[in-house]
Design a protein around this ligand. Structure first.
Ligand code: MG
Ligand code: FE
Length: 168
């Protein structure tokens, strides 16, 4: 039981760090999307959802007596991923950002599935409920990106042809 709890809390800390990383990534991207208002609005909505997720995970960590400063470790692990996703943006950053976001949402989906299984195993049904809520928000965001990536790509290509500032 003790080992199980340790594993679970480690994954929870990683997930909390992941949400902080998600916020950094999306906040960096959203201001550069003035030519893609639909994508910008969807990301804005997901930023609000993500702030809620971050707060809920922090509340769970607090409840288990886990200090938030332990999050630092996991942040380091995710820094490389975050850099790839929020850092170097090229002229096609809207397409690269769409790709990165789609990838990130699926990492989140996988993480919440793992947390649901672990919290279920430990009998923490309240935590399971929190993770289920987060999972459905991530799935909705991933679906939205899946349904809009073709259109975003076509818009980007059309703007490039017209010599408009296409990358955003
Ligand atoms: Mg999230
Ligand atoms: Fe997400």
């Amino acid at each position: 039981m003790e080992q199980m709890r340790k594993s679970y809390l480690g994954w929870l800390r990683d997930a909390h760090a992941m949400e902080e990383q998600a916020l950094t990534m999306m906040q960096g991207m959203v201001n550069r999307l003035e030519h893609y208002p639909e994508l910008r609005d969807r990301i804005q909505t997901h930023i609000a959802e993500t702030e809620g997720q971050e707060a809920e995970l922090r509340r769970l960590l607090d409840g288990y007596g886990e200090s938030s400063s332990m999050v630092k470790d996991a942040m380091g692990k995710l820094a490389a991923v975050g850099q790839a996703m929020s850092g170097v943006f090229a002229s096609d950053e809207v397409v690269k950002g769409t790709l990165a976001s789609y990838t990130f949402e699926h990492m989140e989906i996988a993480s919440y599935r793992i947390l649901i299984a672990a919290a279920g195993q430990l009998g923490d049904s309240q935590a399971v409920e929190v993770f289920r809520r987060c999972l459905s928000e991530e799935e909705a965001m991933a679906d939205w990106l899946a349904n809009h990536s073709s259109e975003i790509t076509r818009q980007f290509l059309a703007r490039t042809e017209l010599d408009l500032p296409a990358g955003r």
